[in-house]
Ligand binder design. Sequence first.
Ligand code: FER
Length: 248
Amino acid sequence: MIIMDDGIRLDARLDMPAGNPRRCPIAVVIHGFTGNKEERHITAVCRTLNDMGVATLRADMYGHGESGGEFRNHTLFKWLTNALTLIDYARGQEFATDLYLCGHSQGGLTAVLAAAMERDVVKGLIPLSPAVMIPQIAREGELLGQQFDPEHIPDELLSWDGRALSGNYIRVAQTIRVEDAVERYKGPVLIVHGDADEAVPVRYAHELAAGYANAELVIVPGDTHCYDHRLDAVLDAVRRWMGERIGK
Ligand code: FER
């Protein structure tokens, strides 16, 4: 399915729980940097939610997967407006009751920012290994393990898969204040993070959880950024937390 965001095609997929209930909650699920909506951990989270009666809307974000836009031109602002568009689409479904927001890594950061903007609408927030340090390290002059002068932003950075990323990614990231978003969102939050994460150090999850008014943190011992070892533990945490919210 295609959802248009101001002329950009977002390749999206809406999955209903078994039995096509007339009314049910819906969760918007956002992948990470260089990821896509069909990654193993993204589809597994969606299936887990579907199995407990929650519909899911997942989409390839700007410059990723099958969606429009070039990878090199993606920024957190573009992902944020994509997220607002997906939230509007989800809310507009006749079956939709409560709306939840989930995202992995850069998608987790996007979810944290969007939840603050949509604080009246987002019933609960699930940042998975959220890359909430991106704005801070962009201001300090380090992204993707590469150093740069934060006052003289380079025209491009090379991503870990060899693709170029425009300096505008850095310019945008430097303006974002994650603390403001954390302060604004008072709803329930579930943060899940592996303590062997090689891309986003687990200490950022501890800091994030401490900043929220109502957060629960689940650390997955020995697990990596994309849950190579204990995806089952991630799914268990999501199932239990969501079960407490929706009464299952
Ligand atoms: C970085 C570290 C992590 C970075 C991006 C990420 C652009 C995002 C990871 C992900 O979304 O999986 O320095 O710079």
